[in-house]
Design a protein around this ligand. Structure first.
Ligand SMILES: *[C@@H]1O[C@H](CO)[C@@H](O)[C@H](O)[C@H]1NC(C)=O
Length: 411
């Protein structure tokens, strides 16, 4: 556990903003309140006593990241604002859990917010919580399903008079509230760092400026040397819903921006290209031929799962295995010595040994061996069980009990 953390209380401006949010948007619904936590509750990742109540102490995900996008191509959101990506619970060592409760995955977030009377929040989210592909609710659902379900203080058992999905509303509301206290655009602009195609910036000047806002370092993420994301880290004294947020040093993946020559490009407004892909490694179509002979992975196709010599379902767009229903369409794009894959959810890659496709994913380069999908020269993937009914199962690159291979069916 990391103990040497410069714990810095958030500035009063943050609290002022938080308070004004509270007055506009009631934090809780009548009849559904999260637990009152004792005043001496410890700071997440810094407890000196064993955790007794995971409703008042975020565990194991005690390092919370407020992540923001700067999406210039295609441009999303206002030209003078970064947009909200999500609020993620990392473990105290920087590792993280995801998709923690499949029974609380929702695809009707807009309905949930409306049912809870959160029209102002919905309006705010529609402006500042943007999906670059144009379907904002997809991103909100993804953030809740992947990250929100892993937050211990949002378990439904933490609520008295629980009203269905109150915790989803709390998650979205808190992410929005913390986001409002971190105006990345304004702080950079005040330091003379403005989007400008003719300029480049150093990692240090960006870091130093945002460190002034946050009190401690932040993590910056680039795509093709273009500034694309910022991650602000917090520990929380109390629950996600009502606790005090304390700035924390970064954990997990470090900044991947070059030391210098970082571009901060203006958002250029165009008509929305609904089917175009985010420019990135996968759209480099310069390398002509992928793997040697017999690589069937080209163009658009389905990823079919084969167990015991038989086709047993296929992958759906997040990269999980599904045995019934419609197969997702993936796009294979030549890259280096192999190819990358993407679905409607984003680029596909391997994260913590899990095959996954989403907007956060750094694309992996796959190859084909004897017509089957391979990563690192291996065609064997695995899962914990064969999915039945509407269940989806994650696919791993390391040894879980069911072995499988993945083929391609061009469409
Ligand atoms: C959202 O979906 C869930 C699960 O399918 C359902 O239980 C809930 O009633 C829905 N909520 C609204 C407001 O439509």
């Amino acid at each position: 556990m990391r103990l040497a953390v410069a714990a810095l209380l958030l500035t009063s401006s943050f609290h002022a903003i938080a308070t004004s949010v509270d007055s506009q948007i009631p934090l809780r619904d009548a009849g559904s309140s999260s637990k009152q936590c004792p005043a001496d509750v410890e700071l997440s990742c810094h407890n000196t006593r064993p955790v007794k109540d995971a409703c008042c102490f975020n565990t194991p995900g005690g390092l919370l990241l407020l992540t923001q996008f700067w999406d210039a191509h295609p441009a999303t959101g206002p030209e003078d604002a970064w947009t909200l990506h999500g609020l993620w619970p990392d473990n105290c060592d920087g590792s993280f859990e995801q998709y923690c409760d499949r029974s609380r995955q929702y695809n009707n977030i807009t309905d949930i917010l409306q049912a809870h009377g959160k029209t102002e929040l919905l309006e705010y989210m529609s402006t500042y919580w943007k999906d670059w592909k144009g379907n904002d609710a997809d991103l909100w659902e993804h953030e809740w399903n992947k990250h929100g379900t892993c937050i211990s203080t949002l378990e439904t058992s933490c609520y008295s008079d629980y009203r269905p999905q109150a915790e989803v509303v709390d998650y979205l509301e808190k992410a929005t509230e913390v986001f409002k206290g971190l105006d990345t655009y304004k702080v950079l602009a005040a330091a003379g760092i403005k989007p400008d195609p003719s300029k480049t910036y150093t990692l240090k000047e960006l870091q130093d400026t945002l460190t002034k806002l946050h009190g401690v370092e932040v993590t910056l993420r680039c795509r093709n040397s273009q500034l694309n994301e910022v991650w602000y880290f917090f520990n929380v004294k109390g629950s996600l819903q009502t606790g005090k947020y304390v700035s924390a040093k970064p954990g997990g993946s470090p900044s991947n921006c070059p030391a210098r020559g970082i571009k901060y490009l203006p958002k250029r407004r165009k008509s929305r290209p609904t089917s175009s892909r985010r420019p990135g490694p996968t759209s480099t179509r310069s390398s002509p031929s992928p793997t040697g002979t017999g690589n069937p992975f080209s163009g658009r196709g389905h990823l079919e799962v084969i167990t015991g010599g038989r086709k047993t379902g296929c992958l759906i767009s997040y990269g999980t295995w599904y045995s019934t229903g419609t197969c997702a369409t993936f796009t294979a794009t030549p890259s280096g010595d192999g190819f990358t894959l993407s679905s409607s959810k984003g680029d596909c890659g391997i994260l913590e040994s899990v095959f996954e496709c989403d907007t956060e994913m750094k694309p992996s380069v796959f190859t084909a061996i004897d017509g089957m999908l391979a990563i690192g020269g291996k065609t064997t993937f695995s899962a914990d069980k064969v999915p039945r009914g509407t269940a989806q199962v994650p696919i791993f690159t390391n040894g879980h009990s069911i072995e499988l291979t993945i083929g391609w069916k061009q469409v």
